[in-house]
Design a protein around this ligand. Structure first.
Ligand code: UDP
Ligand code: MG
Length: 333
């Protein structure tokens, strides 16, 4: 416990401590990731803007264009040309939703950040409630979806299963139905910016892991205003595996358990073989050998595969390539 205390009053973290407290926030930043959302962008902007204006706070809307190949780029530039509070980051190519959110967190300039999707599945009507929470001194606002009309049954079951597995495997408790819709204070964002630069990551998990004053709000996930979902089942599967690997080393330990189990089984087989050899003469060893061989190799290959996955992660961390590349910016100095 002592170390925690000494961290919070030493060095860099001193600033975070001082910036905390129950002072109302002055400025809020809406971070919006955009990938081929030409059909909804203007609608989103028109719908979100009044909520921001009515709070009486200073605000910015930071659109992160994640390498869209439709007319999203032009639409965003047009919106930015007419509104100085709208900032735009254009990526050089598609880097993924999480990379877009990370870039938004990096470039946002406000006391509080709200990350949300552009497709209006995250209702802008939640913004005032979230700002109220920030004013009340909360650092992390997790938005919990109460219903997901758009996702099919399979996606919902898969999502439930995923959270169950990740919560069993890692010591981090990750809220079920936590979404990519969340609010974070500036000091929490600073920590994400400085210390959570992992290449294989799960931003939602990181956010819930920071500690600080956390709160949750419920929202009804709407249907996509227009356009198509960019997350295929395949993408989600890969994403889930990566998340488990980055949050837990339990799979590696499973290898040890499998090894020990195989050793115990092997020992039993050995005792049995010697016994039957001594009592009834030489047993028919062929079937036994085949079965054992297959079993042992199966265990071995699975373990090697798991180790390979972790080496893959180490490899990508080591290469240290950028999480995203910004090609152009609008209304950002
Ligand atoms: N998105 C992104 N990069 C991607 C895929 C999606 O920035 O590679 C954005 C997308 O424009 C949307 C949000 O992330 O604002 C969520 O994506 P989507 O609605 O397709 O996911 P779903 O809601 O179906 O899970
Ligand atoms: Mg969506």
């Amino acid at each position: 416990e002592n170390t925690d205390e000494s961290i919070s009053i030493s060095g860099d973290f001193k600033d975070f401590k001082e910036s905390s407290g129950n002072n109302p926030i002055e400025k809020v930043s809406l971070v919006v990731s955009v990938y081929n959302e030409e059909a909804v962008l203007v609608k989103f902007y028109k719908e979100a803007l009044p909520y921001l204006k009515n709070t009486g706070k200073k605000y910015e809307i930071l659109f992160v264009n994640d390498g869209s190949i439709d007319s999203s780029r032009q639409i965003l530039n047009d919106i930015a040309a007419g509104d100085k509070n709208v900032k735009v980051l254009h990526f050089s190519r598609n880097f993924g939703h999480e990379a877009a959110m990370i870039a938004g967190i990096d470039y946002a300039d406000a006391d509080a950040l709200i990350c949300m999707d552009a497709d209006l599945q995250h209702p802008p009507s939640c913004i005032p409630m979230m700002i109220e929470k920030f004013d009340g001194g909360y650092d992390i606002i997790s938005m919990i979806r109460t219903g997901n009309k758009s996702a099919g049954i399979i996606k919902n079951i898969a999502s439930n299963g995923f959270y169950t597995v990740i919560n069993i495997l890692s010591d981090t408790k990750i809220e079920k139905s936590a979404s990519d819709f969340f609010g974070i204070s500036k000091r929490a964002a600073e920590i994400l910016k400085k210390s959570y630069r992992e290449k294989v990551r799960f931003l939602r998990g990181f956010v819930q892991n920071l500690g600080f004053n956390k709160t949750t709000l419920k929202y009804e996930a709407g249907i996509r205003a227009a356009g198509k979902s960019k997350y295929s089942i395949k993408k989600l599967f890969k994403f889930s595996i990566n998340t488990i690997l980055c949050f837990s080393d339990l799979p590696l330990k499973l290898g040890i358990y499998a090894g020990i189990s195989a050793a115990v089984l092997g020992f039993i087989m050995m005792v049995y073989t010697i016994y039957s050899w001594a009592s009834v003469g030489t047993p028919n060893g062929y079937a036994t050998i085949i079965v054992l061989l297959c079993f042992m190799f199966a265990v071995l290959f699975v373990i090697v595969g798991i180790i390979g996955q972790y080496i893959g992660i180490i490899f990508s961390e080591l290469k240290d390539r950028p999480i995203y590349i910004v090609e152009d910016i609008k209304n950002i100095e």
